[in-house]
Design a protein around this ligand. Structure first.
Ligand code: C5P
Length: 212
């Protein structure tokens, strides 16, 4: 019996760090589904295209190769903004869905299951996940975390711009018609605004062990 853990939430809420630790500690395969959208958006940008153009975005999603996900440039905000533009397009989402579902259903041999993080894992990709966590934090806390992350990587960034980008992306992700960002009815909400990462991990692991 393998388990599936779905972790959703807005940008910089701490999903990625949490998902990686849960994967490591519980021997689960991990998929950062944001990378699929980032790689799709980035590939359109590289061709000087507009990520909101459905034909270009769909072709990029169809041609995605596993090695495309390893590009360091995907971590930049330019790729994040492009990701949230291709992500509103239903045909792009449909194209990326099969890969995500297969990853959840068939984790590599030796793994106890899979953890996926994103925006629609509990609602669309894995509606039958054993555990659904919705990880969130206030916009200001998330913008501060993203600012620190950018500065730690030696990148120039100012708080006001990071906050604006975060709000723009939140709005696009929450207000789109296709699989908008929202907690599944049966998700457990984890507000990380006042918690440090170890507290978040401990809470998540206790929820997972209660439910599996
Ligand atoms: O999680 P990350 O910040 O890497 O995601 C980048 C963008 O990809 C999000 O802002 C969102 O628009 C899109 N995304 C999505 N569904 C997912 C994962 C990411 O729409 N499951």
């Amino acid at each position: 019996m393998t388990i599936v853990v779905a972790i959703d939430g807005p940008a910089a809420a701490g999903k990625g760090t949490l998902a990686r630790r849960v994967a490591q500690d519980l021997n689960l395969a991990y998929l950062d589904t944001g990378l699929l959208y980032r790689a799709t958006g980035f590939s359109v940008l590289q061709e000087q295209g507009d990520p909101s153009d459905e034909n270009l975005a769909l072709a990029a999603a169809q041609n995605l190769q596993p090695t495309d996900l390893e590009n360091d440039a995907l971590r930049h905000d330019e790729a994040a903004q492009a990701a949230s533009k291709v992500a509103v397009i239903q045909s792009v989402r449909d194209e990326l869905l099969a890969f995500q579902r297969r990853f959840a259903a068939e984790p590599p041999a030796g793994k106890n299951g899979a953890v996926l993080d994103g925006r629609d894992i509990g609602t669309v990709v894995c509606p039958h996940a054993d555990v659904k966590l919705f990880v969130t934090a206030s916009t200001e806390v998330r913008a501060q975390r993203r600012l620190k992350e950018l500065q730690d990587r030696g990148l120039d960034a100012i708080y006001a711009q990071v906050l604006k980008d975060m709000k723009d992306r939140d709005a696009r992700d929450s207000q789109r018609a296709a699989a908008p960002l929202k907690a599944a009815d049966d998700a457990v909400i984890l507000d990380t605004s006042d918690l440090d990462i170890e507290e978040v991990i401990a809470q998540a692991k206790s929820i997972i062990s209660e439910r599996t």
